[in-house]
Design a protein around this ligand. Structure first.
Ligand code: HEC
Length: 304
């Protein structure tokens, strides 16, 4: 009895604690649930979207964010954005384009990448820069965290390799954050280099202007604390920034959807294989259940 009471009290205290924390943090808008190509048990990545997403990452996001867990060769693996089943015309027979290390698109993307690989030391002990190879990790923009922070108002742009797994609501959150920037609400003051976003979690009650506070520092009656937070990333996307070769719309929504799908692939490249294994297992179990039922009927058919 005593134990049950202790348990109940702990549970109630715990729940109160959680709701108090939620109320004081101010929170963030819940991201809208999107219908992605990869949603649901049969969903797969859309190769064109992955290619466009890579283009958005490379052109825009890579100025500040690394993608350290991804090697160029991964881009050419089965299910990856630039995988080839067979070689395009004009490539000699000796090349195996299905092999990511020989894939000519991947080789070109690595060789022309905007950042070089720091390699070495050479025979005189110096480090040197060279163009990337398919086997290299995709190089990030900053040599170290100090330089990254100096360039970003003291904030650290996170590596994006696993970001869709590392945030609550995953891809829906990343998409909403990218398209969700809003004008700073009139009731708050925010520092230069900070940007308001309703999907970023924060506590805007701390930023309310003095004229909206009572003498205890609480919001005046009727003053609403804006939901959301401020972050050190300026809105990175604007209509028309990138021209897509396939004629897809040059809009913020399209860029955000494509780059998010690409980042989802980067964080979970094995999703398709996992799903098809799941479906195969299900079919196997259904057949097995059928067989068992049939043999059960057979074995017991002459028992009255
Ligand atoms: C000019 C530099 C810059 C560019 C360009 C940029 N970002 Fe950021 N980003 C940042 C910084 C700085 C932060 C950290 C913000 C903070 O914590 O206050 C950040 C944070 C993020 C976060 C994490 C938000 C969170 O929940 O913590 C995501 C996701 C993100 N960026 C995605 C992108 C994508 C996708 C692109 C390309 C479309 C992009 N960023 C382009 C600087 C940049």
């Amino acid at each position: 009895m005593n134990m049950i009471r202790t348990f109940l009290i702990t549970a109630v205290v715990g729940l109160l604690g959680i709701s108090a924390a939620a109320a004081s943090s101010g929170g963030a808008h819940k991201p809208d649930k999107r219908d992605w190509h990869f949603s649901g048990p049969f969903g797969t990545y859309d190769k064109d979207a992955l290619q466009r997403g890579y283009q958005v990452y490379e052109t825009l996001c890579s100025s500040c964010h690394g993608l350290e867990q991804v090697s160029f060769r991964n881009l050419g693996q089965k299910g990856g954005p630039f995988h080839l089943d067979s070689c395009p015309a004009g490539i000699p027979d000796t090349v195996d384009c299905a092999n990511p290390n020989q894939n000519p698109v991947v080789k070109a993307l690595a060789a022309q990448y905007r950042f070089k690989i720091v390699d070495g030391p050479d025979e005189s002990g110096d480090m040197y820069e060279r163009a990337a190879l398919p086997s290299d990790r995709i190089p990030g923009p900053f040599a170290n965290e100090v330089i990254a922070r100096l360039a970003n108002n003291n904030a650290l742009p996170p590596d994006l390799s696993l970001i869709t797994k590392a945030r609550h609501y995953g891809p829906d959150y990343v998409y909403s954050l990218l398209i969700g920037y809003e004008e700073t609400p009139a009731t708050v003051d925010i520092d230069a280099g900070q940007y308001f976003n309703p999907y970023f979690s924060g506590d805007m009650s701390q930023a309310l202007r003095p004229e909206f506070l009572d003498e205890h520092g609480h919001p005046l009656e009727g003053v609403e604390v804006p939901v959301g937070g401020v972050l050190a990333m300026a809105p990175p996307l604007f209509d028309g920034m990138i021209e897509y070769a396939d004629g897809s719309p040059a809009t913020v929504e399209q860029y955000a959807a494509d780059v998010t799908e690409f980042l989802m692939w980067a964080a979970d490249p094995k999703m398709e294989a996992r799903k098809s294994l799941g479906v195969m297992s299900l079919i196997y179990l259904i057949i097995l259940a059928g067989l068992l039922y049939w043999s059960y009927r057979k074995v017991w058919s002459d028992q009255h």
